[in-house]
Design a protein around this ligand. Structure first.
Ligand code: COA
Length: 313
């Protein structure tokens, strides 16, 4: 059975925060942020707009794009580190708000690799034959857990959501291979503090890890699919830092024009980052039916996930 993306949608909040904003209260500059991260601006959700609201907006688009109705969804999975509450889960909240049947729902926590993990989890349920249309969402409101007094993290993060309806797709489409992993020993380098509830990061250690794992995980996924770099039409890395993305691209041997870059506009939106980038490429007509994509994420805990897939249904 070919399992892939039957419908797709993404959502970014309207409030744009540029780099100059941080200059007013932090010892930083647009020049430093642009040069060291590639980020020019990011979107922050409004105070009364939470993760479930962004997830809902992206989900409505994905369901419409799939050409199905909410009642055709038979499971909901949401990858997030910033759910509105620990429970009810964001997936729970979507079940009610979308008006699906009373289907199974779950949030999944693999930080910035979350969308990769949820897609692969959904794939197993579809392949079992028990489920047919699984709504997979990556949504994060990182602005609510960002420490604005810490210049090394404050400038990096943004908010957003992306959603995909995962199900059976036709021959020549769908997920070809994947590679998932984690290394708990690195949890201390990137975590949410239990007292302040803010992100704490050792940037240098995360950088070293990310450079190694992005290249390794995507190379393994490409090899598992029996492909080479020449077969890749679009490389969509987690949008954390342009320097990390560049090193992964070079390691894979993919030309610059085949790497999706949206970090300049959105910063790091965690579980939403890969789908937001895909949405941008779709909008620009840079992803076509049958194209071979490599998606690769890494994140806190530390986790990673790479997927190769043929775009389309
Ligand atoms: N503006 C100006 N200077 C800053 C700064 C900012 N926003 N943030 C950090 N600096 C300073 C540091 O304080 C340090 O100053 P010092 O030398 O006086 O101590 C200097 O820049 C170098 O810091 P360092 O952390 O060694 O720089 P770096 O090359 O590692 O770049 C990051 C910093 C955060 C951009 C980089 O480490 C990074 O991107 N790491 C990965 C982050 C990530 O992807 N996290 C999410 C994972 S999902």
């Amino acid at each position: 059975m070919n399992v892939g993306i039957k419908g797709f949608g993404a959502y970014a909040p309207s409030k744009v925060i540029d780099n100059a904003y941080f200059e007013s209260f932090l010892d930083t500059s647009d020049e430093w942020i642009s040069k060291m991260t590639g980020i020019k601006e990011r979107r922050w959700a409004a105070d009364d707009e939470d993760t479930s609201d962004m997830a809902y907006e992206a989900s409505v688009k994905a369901i419409e794009d799939a050409g199905i109705q909410a009642e055709d969804i038979d499971m909901i999975m949401v990858a997030t580190s910033t759910g509105d509450y620990p429970f009810p889960t964001v997936a729970n909240m979507l079940q009610e708000r979308l008006g699906t049947k009373k289907v199974a729902t779950m949030d999944q926590l693999a930080a910035c690799s979350g969308f990769m993990y949820a897609m692969i989890n959904a794939k197993q349920f579809i392949q079992s034959g028990d489920y047919h249309n699984i709504l997979v969402v990556g949504a994060d409101k990182l602005s609510k857990i960002t420490d604005l007094s810490d210049r090394s993290t404050a400038v990096l993060f943004g908010d957003g959501a992306g959603a995909a309806v995962i199900g059976e797709v036709s021959e020549g489409h769908g997920i070809l291979s994947y590679e998932l992993g984690s290394d708990g020993s690195g949890g201390k380098y990137l975590y949410q503090d239990q007292e302040t509830h803010k992100i704490v990061m050792n940037g240098r250690e995360v950088f070293k890890f990310a450079v190694r794992i992005m290249g390794e995980a995507s190379t393994k996924a490409v090899e598992k699919a029996g492909l080479t770099a020449d077969d890749i039409d679009m490389f969509v890395p987690h949008q954390a830092n342009i320097r990390i993305m560049e090193s992964a691209r070079l390691r894979l041997g993919i030309p610059e024009e085949k790497m999706s870059v949206s970090v300049d506009q959105f910063g790091n939106t965690s579980a939403a980052s890969i789908p937001l980038s895909i949405a941008q490429e779709l909008e620009n007509g840079k992803i076509q039916d049958g194209d071979t994509l490599v998606l690769v994420g890494f994140g806190g805990s530390l986790t990673w996930g790479a997927i190769t897939l043929k775009w389309g249904k």
